[in-house]
Design a protein around this ligand. Structure first.
Ligand SMILES: Cc1cc2nc3c(=O)[nH]c(=O)nc-3n(C[C@H](O)[C@H](O)[C@H](O)COP(=O)(O)O)c2cc1C
Length: 186
């Protein structure tokens, strides 16, 4: 029998590492689970107004989003625990280095293999929440995660955030071909 439940209603949630610069060009990164794709070429993220990242996005109107990986999960978690407002060398502390994106005024984290470069098209502020909608203006991937020039997610080491157990879970094997396996019911 189905029972009602309260917490952890949306799954899977991604583990997005948002990269930004402040007014002095100091890089910051934060961990965000409340984000997703809108249509073919936009994404949205939902940010607390108190974050350094939120200030930086409002300032520059540009940012990057990289996928957290199992290999670098401790550093990805760390950037979600401490604020750049309190720790000046936040990225140095967890071993992340950055290269400035050639598409947007935002840092690309060298250690994370897949990065989306984003330009803000809308910001909605409500209470303590800042909802950002952005256009994807560039994509970067390490050669090591490409197969025939395309990102191969079996090589990325993707993780999701499980809000119930409060843990990161590895993304598993492909179970079926999309827009194909269901054709047997046609
Ligand atoms: C797994 C995880 C997911 C998180 N998801 C979000 C989120 O979606 N939105 C948000 O505002 N903060 C989220 N946070 C909290 C921020 O990452 C955290 O407060 C961070 O320190 C902000 O850094 P900043 O002030 O340097 O920008 C998350 C943290 C963790 C560990």
């Amino acid at each position: 029998m189905k029972q009602s439940f309260e917490k952890g209603f949306f799954a899977p949630l991604p583990v997005l590492i948002i990269g930004t610069y402040d007014a002095n060009g100091v890089p910051d990164a934060m961990n965000a689970a409340w984000g997703g794709q809108i249509g073919m070429s936009q994404i949205s993220v939902s940010l607390s107004a108190s974050h350094r990242t939120t200030d930086n996005i409002k300032l520059n109107k540009e940012f990057t989003v990289a996928y957290a990986t199992a290999e670098h999960i401790a550093a990805c978690d760390y950037v979600g625990i401490v604020s750049g407002k309190n720790v000046e060398n936040k990225l140095d502390k967890c071993g992340f280095t950055v290269t400035r994106s050639d598409k947007v005024n935002a840092p690309v984290i060298d250690q994370l293999p897949v990065t989306i470069e984003c330009r803000v098209i809308d910001i909605q502020e409500e209470f303590n929440e800042t909802r950002v909608v952005a256009e994807v203006v560039g994509l970067k991937a390490d050669e090591t995660v490409l197969t025939d020039g395309k990102v191969d997610y079996s090589k990325v080491g993707l993780v999701i955030y499980d809000t119930v157990s409060k843990s990161y879970r590895a993304v598993g094997e492909s179970v079926a071909a999309a827009r194909s396996v269901g054709r047997k019911y046609e």
